[in-house]
Design a protein around this ligand. Sequence first.
Ligand SMILES: Nc1ncnc2c1ncn2[C@@H]1O[C@H](COP(=O)(O)OP(=O)(O)OP(=O)(O)O)[C@@H](O)[C@H]1O
Ligand SMILES: CC(C)(CO)[C@@H](O)C(=O)[O-]
Ligand code: BAL
Length: 283
Amino acid sequence: MKVVTKITELKQFVQQAKKEQKSIGLVPTMGYLHDGHLTLARTAKANNDVVIMSIFVNPTQFGPNEDFESYPRDLPRDTELAQSAGVDLIFAPSVEEMYPADSGIKLLAGRQATILCGASRPGHFDGVVQVVAKLFHLAEPTRAYFGQKDAQQVAIIETMVRDFNFPLEITTIPIVREEDGLAKSSRNVYLTEQERAEAPAIYVALNLAKAHFLQTKNAGEAIALAEKHIAENTAGRLDYLQLLSYPDLATITARTEKFLLATAVYIGNTRLIDNLIFSLEGE
Ligand SMILES: Nc1ncnc2c1ncn2[C@@H]1O[C@H](COP(=O)(O)OP(=O)(O)OP(=O)(O)O)[C@@H](O)[C@H]1O
Ligand SMILES: CC(C)(CO)[C@@H](O)C(=O)[O-]
Ligand code: BAL
């Protein structure tokens, strides 16, 4: 496995793979790898000849008071883990390599970015589509891999791929969880012991709301139930908890077939996200 930091080196690898008519799987990450990322890499490896993983904490998707500086980073550890998951090339550029000049030109993520995480983190998804579009141009993947944990991100990237005709396929994987249900996240390392013990209440709350909604079709009651569970079982502060249609992220109607029940909760200073995607049959 190779680790490169320069765009020219990435492009060399891509050109060689294209010459050999190899399919390319791309796994974009911000590093500090856990089993969610490694499952993405293994899935990519099973379906492509070569796998490129990007590791880049992208400054343009962080707000001024967010955790860009303190976001956990450990490239040597990531290198070992990525290799064990079958990654062929890590692309780990510096900020200057990715953004040599601030031209001010940006992509706008659009309507799907105005709600949920987009409402709490203004500009976040503009930064995400900016860096993902660049990665798509540079790595020219046959398939790109994203986790359902960032369900809104997936919906927005799928829209970008459709609207801007990127010649690639988006593949998603289900949320990988700890044994107690907490969604794996690089940010879980921020949690104190007490906060870590409370955090699984988020997943329990989502499941309570899902079960109540499927039984009663009463979204208001279902959400109130989940909010109560989080309030009673954590010292956390709810950012949002909403039931929307998926993937269009619109208000649910009697015709909605697929639902996204999504939440963001501050457990202490750590903002954790989680969600369930399901149909009326419950899958
Ligand atoms: N628990 C998980 N299960 C499945 N996919 C995941 C999981 N956690 C992250 N991913 C996916 O991995 C990719 C890279 O995510 P990222 O590097 O931001 O990791 P992260 O752990 O989600 O970090 P954070 O939660 O701190 O934002 C994204 O497509 C994301 O959806
Ligand atoms: C897709 C991504 C790597 C873009 O920086 C990031 O938003 C993430 O890790 O989900
Ligand atoms: N996985 C989302 C990246 C972020 O929180 O900025």
